[in-house]
Design a protein around this ligand. Structure first.
Ligand code: KG4
Ligand code: ZN
Length: 338
């Protein structure tokens, strides 16, 4: 059995976890800073770094305590080195390196996006070839995995990420940041009264675009304000969310038709969206040979357990880093040429 301790600090969650064999979570300690960033309507990088420094040792202690392991029981230290905010990433990286040095453990460099996808293994083992829809605050990608730890991007967003569009519409509606969960809940109380455009639906690729939708929502709200009309926010949330889900489903369907896969993974913070999960489950009924493996709800947002899951892939392939490992804030998967 392989026990990996994992560090994640790419954005506004400080997290340390202990994961066994890439799929058994022994602990997953997460300290969130959302309250500190809410009044600014987004993450303030400098504030985020300071919080990570304050919390990292406490979160580390909690992860070890909950997992009931001592450093001697561990086989390796996995750490997110990108993508993310450089100051935030550095804190987790320093924590991981210090721990590895002190306890003579190898360091595993982990791509945060691979972590989101690997978290599907907490639900059921991913079977290959697999397709993953990775939807978060910073990324919207359709990723083809022909085998474990092998990622090729079929399509990605040309502008805003899906989660970002939820957060921007949330800001317009004066909802607290991040707004995805709130809009999700509002949408279930409302009705679709406006038909917003689903961008690029007819284009012959797997890319996404959400900035046009965002502008359409902004225009709609401004027009109503100018006319002195009040807006039913729940109905607006439903109409907006329908357009986002339509766009995600349309691209996913096309990719599933073109690339027959054994499993389909839904990952990233937006994977918590109920309508998206439900609609994909229905879509997957059309693809008998493909198993739907959404990341369990509690692991959709940023957390270190997912880094432990992806770290195990690297561990098996002996992908380790030296103590001079640096952050890579713009780290990405490779895009397949279209
Ligand atoms: O993966 P994540 O925790 O952080 C990044 O790596 O970006 O994703 C955060 C994003 C935010 O934009 C948030 O609004 C969105 O995920 N989100 C949701 C829901 N829960 C979180 N979006 C739609 N519906 C949700 N239920
Ligand atoms: Zn993330």
């Amino acid at each position: 059995m392989t026990k990996i301790i994992a560090f994640e600090s790419s954005a506004d969650e400080t997290s340390v976890a202990v994961v066994e064999d890439g799929h058994i979570v022994l602990s997953n300690a997460v300290a969130t800073q959302i309250n500190s960033h809410q009044r600014f309507g987004g993450i303030v990088p400098e504030v985020a770094s300071r919080h990570h420094i304050e919390w990292i040792t406490r979160v580390l202690d909690e992860a070890l305590l909950t997992a009931n392991v001592s450093p001697d029981d561990l086989d390796a230290v996995a750490v997110t080195y990108g993508p993310g905010l450089v100051g935030s990433l550095l804190v987790g990286l320093m924590g991981a390196k210090s721990f590895a040095l002190a306890h003579d453990l190898p360091i595993i460099p982990v791509n945060h996006l691979a972590g989101h996808i690997a978290a599907a293994n907490f639900n059921a083992p991913i079977i290959y070839p697999a397709l993953a829809l990775m939807v978060s605050g910073g990324h919207t990608e359709l990723v083809l995995m022909t085998s474990e730890n092998d990622f090729a991007v079929l399509g990605e967003t040309r502008d805003d990420a899906a989660g970002e569009s939820f957060d921007k519409v949330g800001r317009l509606l004066k909802l607290p940041y991040p707004a995805g969960k709130t809009i999700d809940e509002m949408a279930h109380r409302g009705q679709a009264t406006v038909k917003f455009p689903t961008a690029m639906a007819h284009e012959d690729n797997y890319d996404f675009s959400f900035s046009g939708l965002k502008s359409a929502v902004i225009n709609y709200v401004h027009h109503a304000e100018q006319k002195g009309e009040s807006i039913n926010q729940n109905n607006l949330a439903t109409s907006f969310q329908n357009a986002v889900v339509d766009a995600l489903i349309g691209r996913t369907k096309r990719a599933l038709e073109d690339f027959p896969v054994k499993s389909f993974v839904l990952a990233g913070g937006v994977a918590a969206n109920k309508q998206l999960r439900d609609t994909l489950e229905i879509l997957l009924k059309q693809f008998n040979d493909t198993q739907f493996i959404p990341v369990p709800l509690e692991y959709t947002g940023d957390n270190a357990a997912m880094i432990g899951a992806a770290g195990y892939w690297n561990f098996k392939q002996r992908i380790f880093a030296d103590l001079d490992l640096n952050t890579n804030p713009g780290l990405d998967f490779d895009l397949i040429k279209q």
